[in-house]
Design a protein around this ligand. Structure first.
Ligand SMILES: [Zn+2]
Length: 672
């Protein structure tokens, strides 16, 4: 029996093998296709049950199996599993992409929308119908046959160009290396960075120290290396990546922007931002753009002040001449050390993982009236994985989740939530959810337990916030449940959790010295707090610069505006505290915007948008108590339980009693 074919709630992770993938997915795909055809061909007037409900059921077994396969490919990959995965992905992707263009299906949905039944649907079902129709239309369902063909041609070209863009960035990044023979020129670098550079050279069979544009190497050079000429060389290489030579993205960027505009027009939108944001909390490009402007106005003065302070600090250290882009990180690090000696490593002994988990569970149990218990009798994909269950006050299972928190060779980097199974709440009955959180935290060593940095603790809280959004879902439509919400809303439940990592009372629950159990000393806590607001305006301006470039490229730029790289550079210059050289070409490697068909395109503002939401929502906890179960219940009922069953703006107002304010974000950043 193929365990992927009939997946229930208890997933037999110990029995799934690579050879199960292809036969299972192929047969589930055939079933799904047949079920969709049956829905489109059902005689008589369409009903909710015979269309949308049937469609949800038609795709669920396939989605569930693909989610599990995709998950295993992320955490326990093998060559055989990857091969099987790669073999099935294109067909599955093509199937889901084909649904909005299925004429029979679309016609049934339109008929349903015009029916008497549609007027009496529950608000959630009504929303599901409207969202599905909007989504179909944004994918071309309402276009004429020649227009559909045109759209498909655009989509194909975009897919090809964005993947070439991404490939060029990878290749251009790898193409650069700087080998330094003279150890004297490495002054300033920490020993770990020197050792890594020597190792990188050795691996290539060369003498000396090898530096690259990959993040650890690049960041170490920009932050610590005393020799400004080396910093300049590396900065320039990074900044102009993929803008010349064999990996040149210049023409690709222009063409992607043209195609996206054409696609938006074809689908009846003024520009690409309006097309993308139609389904987001911001609603359209104008509102996103106004939002970015408002934050910029509010940040400008502090940004100028931070620039002057850094310049003065640098001058006082005897470094003359105008400050250059490759000086910023270097002098900022020196200034930070001079202002408050703080080393992330100092906090590590206070955050043994078990204690952190226990403390985090204690916090959410107090807030949400739940219990979290460990299970040791269930199959997992690796012995390091732990299994927990979230139970409500009456002992009813709300969610089972796995925690896979340490790195392994066969697991990808980063941290994430996977909502494996979204339960449905209907007629007073609630199916439990199944999910997992993954991370790559510092593992235990021979003589020490796993000790986390404060940043790792924040990451754990963040992912657990996503998990609670999944775990508390009480939505009657699976596709609208849990974290299936607008892109610029989905980080609210996760980011809000990070706030507890900066509160003394919460940290006392979460942190305790692994040997003595002692709480974090006051002096250390104070220094931690001050790092939070250090050069906050500069960091904010940088993000706003990316958001502005993104929106203006997708709203304002046309070939009549002149060269797209000049256009982008002028905007970025307004958000950078040092003069950019004329050949500066950051957007040639801006993968967020150009490496995917959509990705973060016209959506970069979401980072700040979500921060505004989380800072403001957390304000209510601060005002009424960070452990106040009343506020916890309100947050759970108005936001965490609702998924995408209501407009996100409405959900936010239900919790906060008003529209989001940008002030709490500025207060938190020390910029009020
Ligand atoms: Zn997140």
């Amino acid at each position: 029996m193929n365990p992927l074919v009939n997946l229930g709630f208890d997933i037999p992770f110990d029995r799934i093998r690579p050879e199960h993938v292809r036969p299972a997915i192929e047969s589930l795909l055939e079933q799904a296709k047949a079920a969709v055809e049956a829905i489109a061909a059902t005689p008589g007037a369409p009903t909710y049950d015979s269309t949308l409900e049937a469609l949800e059921a038609a795709t669920e077994p396939l989605e569930r199996a693909m989610t599990v396969v995709d998950h295993l490919e992320s955490v326990a990959t093998t060559p055989a599993l990857r091969e099987a995965y790669n073999a099935v992905v294109p067909e599955v992707t093509a199937f889901f992409a084909s649904l909005p263009l299925h004429e029979g299906l679309y016609r049934r949905l339109v008929e349903l929308a015009e029916s008497e039944e549609a007027r009496h649907l529950s608000p959630t079902r009504r929303r599901f119908l409207e969202k599905t129709l909007d989504d179909f239309r944004r994918h071309g369902a309402a276009l004429s046959p020649p227009e559909k063909e045109k759209l498909q041609a655009i989509t194909r070209e975009l897919a090809e160009l964005t993947s070439r863009f991404a490939q060029n960035v990878v290749d251009a990044t790898s193409a650069f290396e700087l080998v330094i023979d003279d150890e004297g020129r490495l002054a300033g670098l920490p020993p770990t960075a020197i050792e890594a550079a020597r190792e990188a050279a050795r691996a290539k069979g060369i003498d000396g120290y090898r530096f690259t544009l990959h993040a650890p190497s690049y960041q170490a050079v920009m932050t610590y290396l005393d020799d400004a000429s080396v910093r300049e060389q590396v900065w320039r290489a990074f900044d102009t990546r993929a803008s010349f030579g064999t990996h040149d993205n210049r023409a690709i960027v222009r063409r992607i922007l043209e195609l996206r505009r054409e696609k938006a027009r074809l689908l009846g939108f003024a520009d690409f931002s309006d097309l993308v944001l139609a389904d987001r909390m911001a609603e359209n490009g104008d509102r996103a753009s106004e939002f970015v402007d408002r934050l910029r106005q509010r940040t400008r003065a502090a940004f100028e002040r931070e620039r002057r302070e850094l310049e003065a600090f640098r001058a006082a250290q005897g470094d003359e001449g105008p400050m250059q882009p490759w000086d910023l990180a270097y002098w900022a690090e020196k200034q930070r050390r001079a202002l408050f000696a703080f080393d992330e490593e100092e906090l590590r002994p206070y955050f043994p993982l078990d204690r952190v988990l226990e403390g985090m569970f204690a916090i959410v149990s107090r807030l949400y009236g739940i219990r979290i218990e460990e299970r040791k009798d269930l199959p997992v994909w690796h012995e390091a994985v732990r299994t927990f269950e979230i139970l409500d006050e009456g002992g009813v299972l709300l969610c089972r989740f796995y925690a896979d928190l340490f790195p392994r060779d066969e697991k990808r980097g980063g941290a994430w939530l996977n909502g494996l199974v979204t339960g449905v709440a209907r007629d007073g009955r609630r199916q439990p959810h199944l999910g997992l959180i993954c991370a790559n935290f510092t593992p235990p060593s021979a003589d020490k337990p796993a000790l986390l940095t404060h940043r790792e603790v924040e990451t754990l809280f963040h992912e657990f916030g996503h998990l609670l959004h999944h775990a508390f879902s009480e939505v009657e439509v699976r596709s609208l449940g849990g974290t299936n919400v607008a892109w610029d809303f989905v980080e609210l439940p996760s980011q809000i959790m990070e706030n507890w990592c900066w509160e003394r009372e919460a940290l006392d629950l979460v942190g305790g010295h692994y040997r003595t159990g002692a709480k974090i000393p006051d002096d250390l806590f104070e220094r931690l707090l001050r790092t939070r607001t250090y050069r906050a305006a500069t960091a904010m301006m940088r993000q706003l610069g990316f958001a502005r470039v993104d929106l203006d490229l997708h709203r304002v730029w046309t070939p009549r505006e002149g060269d797209v790289f000049d256009f982008a550079r002028a905007i970025l210059q307004e958000h950078t505290p040092a003069p950019l050289p004329p050949e500066s070409a950051m957007i040639a490697s801006f993968g967020h915007l150009f490496s995917n068909e959509v990705g973060y395109a016209a959506g970069y503002y979401s980072y700040k948008w979500a921060e505004v939401l989380d800072a403001d929502a957390f304000g209510r906890f601060r005002e009424e108590g960070i452990f106040n179960p009343e506020v916890g219940r309100a947050f759970r009922e108005t936001i965490l339980a609702r998924g995408n069953s209501r407009d996100p703006g409405e959900l936010f107002r239900a919790f906060r009693g008003r529209d989001p304010s940008i002030e709490p974000l500025f207060e938190r950043a020390g910029l009020a």
